[in-house]
Design a protein around this ligand. Structure first.
Ligand SMILES: [Zn+2]
Ligand SMILES: [Zn+2]
Ligand SMILES: [Zn+2]
Length: 312
């Protein structure tokens, strides 16, 4: 078994907010495609950034430790296994801001960077409303696609995640305006989503009550958004809203194995006793299977005696 080392850092960019997670979390709770929150301090106030862990295409794989498990590679049909970065000098695990839609901490207008918010070098977006000193807080709802009938046979890579359709929801009972500016207001009576009202400057408004119902977004088709890959694909599934921090947003796909250290295998012991150090190292690093090692040895020793000594 591999031991888990602690203190891996997570950040979207070098100057952006960063946090630490341990190796077990980076494989399970905060694996690729999961969302995590990073807290940072600015003017003695805690600010939250929400990000989604990027796919392996964005990792610096050259710096990752190789895990020599040739049998597990064959089982999973992959060429090699890598460990997430670990240790004090570990590289960053790349992540991307998600959800894109933010709420101003002060005036409570909603929007994205480039319109309602300005990007700042420390990664805490500032509100662009005049005379507002607020900053962008991740919105609490997101949308996902789903299959009401799980027997349809979709693989986990067939599902997508996106921002909640804030402009659509604000205008659900009104005609959509051409330049929506929306903000969240409390109705001063109820708590939670039921007590929040989305208001557009055009006069349209709608409460968030019912937004989490399974059919609330039945008219919103999935855009096939995979922000952890910066990709979009066609998708015909239904969408629904979830709370950003809900436990049913992300399910890791894991495989586990019991690994017997290769140093104790009879093949390795025989190779070592025969002083084939180079071949032994290659085998331990997962470069060769026992079959290819046997082929290499064929020219060097009598194969029949090798078989007799290595019944494995
Ligand atoms: Zn503001
Ligand atoms: Zn409007
Ligand atoms: Zn989809």
């Amino acid at each position: 078994m591999k031991s888990f080392r602690r203190n891996k850092r997570v950040a979207s960019k070098k100057q952006f907010p960063e946090g630490t997670i341990n190796l077990s979390q980076s494989i399970n709770t905060f694996g690729i495609g999961s969302m995590l929150e990073v807290q940072s301090q600015k003017r003695k106030q805690t600010r939250t950034t929400s990000a989604i862990v990027s796919g392996l295409d964005f990792w610096r794989a050259d710096n990752l430790e190789n895990i020599p498990e040739p049998d597990l590679c064959r089982l999973l049909n992959v060429e090699e296994l890598k460990s997430p970065p670990s240790g004090e000098s570990a590289d960053y695990i790349p992540a991307k801001r998600f959800p894109r839609w933010l709420e101003c901490s002060s005036c409570h207008y909603l929007g994205v960077i480039g319109s309602q918010f300005n990007e700042e070098v420390d990664g805490i977006p500032s509100c662009s409303s005049s005379a507002c000193n607020g900053w962008g807080v991740p919105t609490r709802l997101i949308s996902v696609c789903y299959s009401p009938n799980h027997s349809e046979g979709h693989s986990t890579s067939d599902y997508h995640i996106d921002d909640f359709p804030w402009v659509y929801w604000a205008h659900k009972n009104h005609e959509k305006c051409s330049s929506a500016r929306i903000r969240l207001k409390s109705d001063g009576k109820k708590t939670g989503l039921d007590g929040l009202v989305l208001k557009c400057d055009c006069g349209a408004e709608n409460t968030l009550r019912g937004a989490l119902a399974a059919d609330a977004l039945k008219n919103i088709p999935c855009r096939g958004n995979s922000p952890w890959l910066n990709a979009q694909q066609s998708c015909d599934k239904k969408t629904r809203a979830l709370l950003r921090g809900a436990s049913n947003v992300y399910f890791p796909v894991t495989a586990s194995t019991i690994s017997i250290p290769p140093n104790s295998s009879r093949l390795v012991q025989t190779l070592q006793s025969l002083k084939y150090k180079e071949i032994t190292a290659m085998y331990l690093n997962g470069k060769f299977s026992s079959g290819t090692v046997a082929e290499m040895l064929h020219d060097k020793i009598a194969f029949s005696s090798f078989e007799k000594r290595n019944n494995c």
